[in-house]
Design a protein around this ligand. Structure first.
Ligand code: SAM
Length: 281
């Protein structure tokens, strides 16, 4: 891990070139709307760790929704969040202050593809929607293994069905628009880490999570969450969807329209995630 510097004092600002604020907000909304799922997953990790983890590492933390959920679940743990992006880490530090856990969360701006400093041993390492980003997952898993204490856990999570939000018939355009948008933009990534985890020396248990929330269960942030996600898919869809569907999607994304995603009360969230719970023997 090439550690440029500890970013406690780094002033990362959202105006920096190339930083995708909308993406950071989407990750934060995902965690807010899916809070019950995050609590279930961190609760499962609590059941599998004895004693409770004292030192936790969050790899590719982004804005740190995992770090914050882990700090809540393990109220005496110290959490270290690592990410390439100073702006993501800046958002995490701000949230850590808001939630009163700034003394238990530290951030490290580093490239996980580089050589790792001796930063362990950790009791628990978390890698959510991250492992598929690294250049050489086998090498990252071997490095992660070395940073865990014997008996320590690694939780690798991937999203396998991107969230669905819309009713079958939105009242705009043809029914089934969201399914066609997902099919066109290929939103079912097929990550499979079991063999690579075993090759790195871990014992592995694979846990699927299916999340289904109606609008009331998802809460009022679901409109912004759906708007952000579908706007991102729309940006990839221009040459992939037919003109009628693109026009309908643009109406749904137009916040001034009465049927728009921003205003509707009939959204839902359906998504699936997989966590590989890997233990260093
Ligand atoms: C999809 S986001 C996931 C963020 C967070 N784990 C979550 O679940 O919301 C992936 C994150 O990995 C970071 N990242 C990608 N490649 C990286 C690398 N080589 N070293 C460090 N961070 C990396 C990105 O900056 C981004 O914040």
């Amino acid at each position: 891990m090439t550690t440029d510097h500890d970013t406690h004092d780094h002033v990362g600002h959202d105006r920096a070139n190339g930083f995708d604020i909308a993406f950071a907000q989407l990750l934060e909304l995902d965690a807010e709307v899916l809070a019950s799922y995050l609590a279930e997953l961190t609760g499962l990790l609590a059941d599998l760790t004895d004693p409770a983890p004292a030192r936790i590492l969050d790899l590719g933390s982004g804005p740190g929704t995992g770090s914050l959920a882990l700090a809540r679940q393990f109220p005496t743990a110290q959490v270290t969040a690592v990410d390439l992006s100073p702006q993501m880490l800046h958002r995490l530090r701000k949230q850590a202050v808001v939630r009163g856990v700034a003394d238990r969360i530290s951030t490290v701006e580093a490239n996980i593809d580089g050589p790792w400093a001796e930063i362990g041993p950790y009791d628990l390492i978390w890698a959510a929607s991250f492992l598929h980003h690294v250049a050489d997952p086998a090498r990252t898993l071997a490095q992660t293994f070395e940073q865990l204490r014997p008996g320590g856990l690694l939780a690798v999570t991937e999203m396998d069905l991107f969230p669905l939000y819309l009713p079958e018939d939105t009242g705009v355009g043809w029914p089934g628009l969201e399914a066609r948008l997902h099919a066109a933009t290929n939103t079912r990534p097929n990550h499979e880490w079991t063999d690579q985890l075993k090759n790195a020396g871990f014992t592995v248990e694979k846990r699927p999570f299916e999340i289904r929330l109606d609008h009331a269960q998802a809460g009022p942030s679901v409109n912004a969450y759906a708007q952000g996600f579908l706007a991102k898919l729309r940006s990839h869809a221009t040459d992939l969807l037919d003109a009628d569907d693109l026009a309908a999607l643009d109406v749904l994304l137009d916040e001034t329209q009465p049927n728009s995603i921003a205003r509707r009360g009939d959204l839902r969230v359906h998504t699936t995630r997989t966590t590989w719970i890997a233990r260093r023997p």
